[in-house]
Design a protein around this ligand. Structure first.
Ligand SMILES: [Zn+2]
Length: 307
């Protein structure tokens, strides 16, 4: 690694300090009892160890996260995160392995963990709102897993993986891997659980959307199959741009992605789009938001190499 890199990417203690500043802006918070600033630093023990004077237990900033039990130094985690957050079309585990000087398996593990950190979590809150436009569209990408050879690489969408995305114009994107087909029920569930009812919703002409869109302030669609793409404000061009970056990244960078991992890759691309410079979020800030995700989610360790 180059000497010009910030210390948090080259030095584990600096990386720990960085995480502490991010996670504890008002001083250490005990993960066991929630006490704020009742901690004493323990000298001479493990790096970053605190003693809670309220519940008399010990902790570090990484307790309960994947960082805690990982043998990968914290600065390597932070550098991997920085690279992933700032590569528009993603970064392959092979490339990351070369850049970080770690094995391919380690790089693979790192990126899958970081993708989980980028996921919006169980209750991400509604998109859109009064006077805001939310575009809804679907795309088909790659063959579904488990197809017989004769059905692979066929034209048409029947054997393809399905992605439905919602994008708030001038805002964030959220994408969903739907299994099997796009039914009205599935389209409704995605819309109703993610979009504020005050929003203006623009869909394309997929038959799953009519009816669902009627529950929003305004419901418009463009009829792609009749050759219509834009009618004033009514278009899904923003989302088509999102799909295009995703597909170029998946083809150019990732190449092989099992269907069971597709949602994680979607989370990764969504995260970068939703935390882009146009929304006033610079590269370092985007990376810090992902780190807050990994700590905030308190990931438990699982063997991802079996997945
Ligand atoms: Zn405590």
């Amino acid at each position: 690694m180059s000497a010009k890199l910030p210390a948090r990417f080259t030095d584990a203690a600096a990386a720990r300090k960085h995480l502490e500043r991010l996670q504890w802006p008002d001083g250490p918070v005990c993960p066991h009892c929630g006490a704020l600033d009742r901690a004493s630093a323990i000298k001479g023990g493990r790096e970053g160890l605190y003693f809670c004077n309220a519940c008399r237990s010990q902790y570090t900033v990484t307790v309960g996260t994947v960082f805690e039990r990982s043998k990968i130094p914290l600065n390597v985690w932070l550098y991997a995160n920085h690279l992933l957050c700032n590569s528009k079309k993603g970064i392959s585990s092979h490339q990351l392995s070369r850049m970080l000087g770690v094995t391919y398996k380690t790089a693979w593990f790192l990126t899958h963990r970081l993708r989980e950190a980028m996921s919006p979590g169980p209750k991400p809150g509604p998109m859109g709102g009064e006077g805001k436009i939310v575009e809804v569209a679907e795309t088909y990408f790659g063959d579904r897993d488990g197809l017989p050879q004769a059905k692979k690489n066929k034209k048409g969408v029947a054997t393809k993986r399905i992605v439905v995305s919602l994008v708030e114009r001038g805002g964030k994107v959220r994408s969903f891997h739907l299994k099997g087909n796009i039914s009205k029920d599935k389209a409704r569930k995605v819309l109703f659980t993610n979009v504020d009812r005050q929003s203006d919703v623009v869909t394309d002409d997929h038959p799953a959307y009519p009816g669902a869109g009627a529950h929003f302030a305004q419901d418009s669609s463009v009829n792609h199959s009749a050759g219509e793409y834009v009618r004033g404000d009514i278009h899904t061009n923003t989302i088509e741009g999102v799909f295009s970056v995703f597909k170029r990244g998946m083809v150019g960078t990732y190449q092989h992605c099992g269907e069971q991992h597709l949602q994680r890759y979607l989370n990764e691309f969504d995260f970068r789009y939703s935390n882009r410079a146009k929304l006033g979020i610079d590269d370092a800030c985007c990376a810090d938001l992902a780190l807050k995700g990994i700590i905030g989610k308190r990931l438990t360790y699982r063997r991802t190499d079996q997945a």
